[in-house]
Design a protein around this ligand. Structure first.
Ligand code: NAD
Length: 369
């Protein structure tokens, strides 16, 4: 039988506490020790059995651990690596993190830990939500999401093997990528879009001061474009500041693209504008964002529903037990057509199951996007 391990999770926020639940799911015999600075998440984590023991002193549990997971903000992760470098830890202990950018963390780990008997690999579990703290812990948070490893000079082949086994209960998809490339790719598909969403919100907010109907007319498209503007400002500030070069590169590139569209419009270049939109449409279709799990993606089902009492309740009743993540009534409808209910699922299996039960038990039109 495999030996029960001791896992130390520093930071019992959304990510740390959700990781603890995922580890317990496949390894109920492992001991999970937790550190948290504030009392609240420590108490929640203990009350709910998310961790076995908890401390407010970061150094207390580190010497007991076979695996240490740092799930605190990026700057704190780097500070904790420096502290661990000065401590007596178990021989061969595996240290990893959860930070959203990897370059600076990996560089700090190599700087502080080289020459010590420790293994280090960078990690980025690519799922999250606007919620924070242990109170928001969710054992399914990482289901189908990419769990990225960024190997370093302190990573051995068995480091990843051990971690993949430890984290099997997350039901995530493990991927390995170079830290610098991770930061470049995430600057394009995550960091820069957050800058764009916040800018768009800022622009619309200013515009609304002079044009009062702005807020009223803002509907589905605008909402989809700006949802991530509600993200936590502290976390996003540190992400931008630890991935400066890549993010600035994306911003500069985008400016040139906007200039190009401005030119097409001012020159009345109808073909050029058509091609511009068409390229965007084809590129998005080819990316199949909606068909994959991963960063904030989901599997969506659309149901045409009549404007009658209890229709939604009836549909939800049929979907009992599925991993429904969101439900939305399309608000752009005209009065003379039916409403469209958009239901999002975490995985394809539940999506297909839902389409089947709704089709079999109702007369409503069901579409899978
Ligand atoms: P959270 O706010 O829920 O939790 C952060 C944790 O760090 C808390 O336990 C808090 O007490 C602790 N903390 C904050 N500042 C500290 C300090 N100065 N000293 C000691 N402890 C401190 O945040 P989270 O969403 O769990 O994020 C944790 C890490 O995971 C971050 O590095 C973040 O970049 C990364 N991450 C977040 C998401 C997401 O969407 N939330 C996704 C992937 C990775």
């Amino acid at each position: 039988m495999e030996e029960a391990k001791t896992i130390y999770i520093a930071g019992l926020g959304l990510i740390g506490a959700s990781l603890a639940l995922g580890i317990k799911r496949d390894h109920p015999d492992y001991t999970i020790l937790g550190y948290n600075r504030s009392d609240k998440s420590r108490e929640v984590a203990l009350e709910r059995g998310i961790v076995d023991r908890a401390t407010a002193d970061f150094k207390e549990f580190a010497p007991l651990a076979d695996v240490i997971i740092l799930a605190v903000p990026i700057k704190q992760t780097i500070d904790f690596l420096a502290i661990l470098a000065e401590m007596d830890l178990k021989d061969g202990v595996i240290i990893t993190d959860a930070g959203s950018t990897k370059g600076e963390i990996v560089a700090a780990a190599e700087k502080y830990l080289t020459g010590r008997s420790v293994q280090f690999v960078g990690s980025h579990p690519m799922a999250g939500s606007h919620k924070s703290g242990a109170i928001a812990a969710d054992v399914n948070l990482f289901e189908n999401a990419y769990y990225i490893f960024t190997p370093t000079s302190l990573t051995k082949p068995k480091t990843l093997e051990v971690l993949k086994d430890l984290l099997s209960g997350l039901h995530a998809r493990f991927v390995e990528i170079d830290a610098a490339e991770h930061d470049r790719v995430t600057s394009q598909i995550s960091h820069f879009p957050h800058v764009l969403a916040a800018s768009l919100m800022e622009q619309a907010g200013d515009y609304a001061k002079e044009h009062e109907m702005t807020n009223h007319f803002a509907a589905g498209g605008f909402r989809d474009m700006t949802r991530i503007a509600e993200s936590e400002p502290g976390m996003w500030s540190s992400i931008l500041l630890t991935n400066k070069e890549a993010v600035i590169g994306r911003i500069e590139d985008f400016k040139a693209r906007l200039d190009h569209v401005t030119q097409l419009i001012s020159q009345n270049d109808e073909d050029g504008i058509w091609n511009f939109f068409n390229r965007g449409r084809l590129t998005r279709k080819a990316m199949e964002i909606h068909k994959r799990g991963g960063v904030d993606s989901s599997y969506d089902l659309f149901v045409d529903i009549p404007d009658e009492e209890d229709v939604i309740l009836h549909i939800l009743e049929l979907l009992r037990g599925t991993s429904l993540v969101n439900i939305h009534i399309n608000e752009e409808n005209r009065e003379d057509i039916n409403g469209i209910l958009q239901i999002s699922f975490k995985n394809e299996k539940d999506l297909n199951h839902a389409a089947k039960v709704i089709t079999e038990n109702t007369t409503y039109q069901v579409t899978i996007d």
